[in-house]
Design a protein around this ligand. Structure first.
Ligand code: FAQ
Length: 329
């Protein structure tokens, strides 16, 4: 009887579930960062793992469409720029997998989920790159959409994700500028080059708008992710921002955006634009895009072919454990 009444002080003082939730909610309301060692609701953790993993996978799969042009770049300068850009995307994947790992998941397991089709990556990377103008248009529109989406994520409530985004965004803005500069140069070239640019814009415009995700009314995660401060803007708000940002850039470039309904609406202070083909979006996200099978099978092959490197790095780290030499794996 006496033993039951004698609860150790550490147990007695342990906060209850309600107190932990109240503390978490108060920190979110005060716009304070949540760090990996802080208590967090399971839904918050699993939402972050889903979003950060999908984001990391997108960076890595996103190396493929432009990577296809590395051996066919039209000059040494363009080849060097493209090589650096594609390498940057690998770095972004790395920061993001590292951020996900602070939530208690394992990068190897996330990769496995990607190559088994159990986790998504951005729909945009399931479209083919048909000409070198696609490299410029990916820089301008795809990196442009990525920046639009990711700048607010620098204020995301989860510390490691927000900090990773700061560096990613700086590099993405550089990517966007190199893409735009490439297009400016092509637009100042021959009629055939200008046609190539317009054709690439025609093919990438609508898929770029799909990058922001389904309309708010059909987005199952937005409301809760906004309440938790993981997302700071809704999908539709960011899509509108991207359209408004891209229209003057298209005018300066001398290309036409392929949307007859695109028009300035003075009352709203925004551009109106046509309906996105959400049936196409669903088809591409669920594996039916032009390049889904190829993208995943190449990622799987690269992972399998890299097994010996991972084994060698692990063996090296084990051999030098405690000596300080194996720490740079
Ligand atoms: N593609 O309820 P929501 C880049 C999924 S940038 C595929 O609205 P959420 C840089 C969504 O996951 C590209 N799936 O979801 C680069 C959810 O899946 P569930 C990557 C999509 O999370 C440039 C379901 O649909 N950027 O790689 C897409 O609140 C050039 C319902 O949607 C990021 O990941 C899509 N487009 O909002 C690299 C940014 N949209 O729950 C190389 C971070 C939605 O059914 C070259 N992520 N889904 O499994 C985000 O901001 C958000 O996750 C959204 C989606 C806005 C993408």
């Amino acid at each position: 009887m006496a033993a039951m009444a004698m609860e150790p002080a550490a147990v007695r003082d342990r906060p209850t579930g309600q107190e932990l939730t109240a503390d978490f909610d108060a920190r979110i309301a005060a716009h304070q960062r949540i760090e990996p060692r802080d208590w967090m609701p399971e839904g918050y953790r699993s939402t972050l793992v889903r979003q950060i993993a999908q984001h990391a996978h997108s960076e890595i799969i996103g190396m493929q469409p432009e990577g296809d042009w590395l051996t066919r770049a039209p000059s040494l300068r363009r080849k060097a720029i493209l090589l650096a850009k594609v390498q940057d995307e690998a770095g972004h994947g790395l920061y993001l997998y590292a951020a996900a790992e602070t939530l208690g998941v394992d990068r190897a397991d996330l990769t496995q989920r990607l190559i088994e089709g159990r986790q998504k990556y951005s729909s945009i990377f399931n479209y083919p790159t048909l000409t070198f103008a696609d490299v410029g248009v990916i820089g301008w529109l795809v990196d442009g959409a990525a920046i639009c989406n990711q700048v607010p994520l620098c204020r995301s409530s989860f510390g490691p994700y927000a900090r990773a985004m700061v560096r990613v965004c700086k590099e993405e803005s550089f990517h966007q500028r190199q893409g735009y500069e490439l297009l400016l140069q092509m637009m100042a070239g021959t009629p055939a080059q200008r046609t190539m640019v317009q054709d690439a814009v025609d093919r990438w415009w609508w898929p770029s708008l799909m990058m922001f995700g389904p309309p708010d009314a059909d987005s199952p995660n937005t409301r809760q992710s906004m309440a938790w401060g993981i997302k700071r803007d809704t999908n539709d708000e960011l899509r509108q921002k991207f359209v408004d940002m891209s229209v003057p850039q298209a005018v300066a470039l001398g290309v036409t955006l392929p949307d007859p309904d695109l028009a300035w609406n003075a009352e709203r202070g925004h551009h109106d634009f046509g309906a996105v083909d959400w049936a196409e979006f669903k088809r591409v996200v669920s594996g039916g895009g032009q390049c889904n099978a190829e993208r995943v099978s190449r990622r799987r092959a690269a992972h399998e072919e890299g097994a010996w490197v991972r084994e060698a790095a692990a063996a090296y780290a084990a051999k030098h454990q405690g000596t300080g030499q194996g720490d740079d794996r």
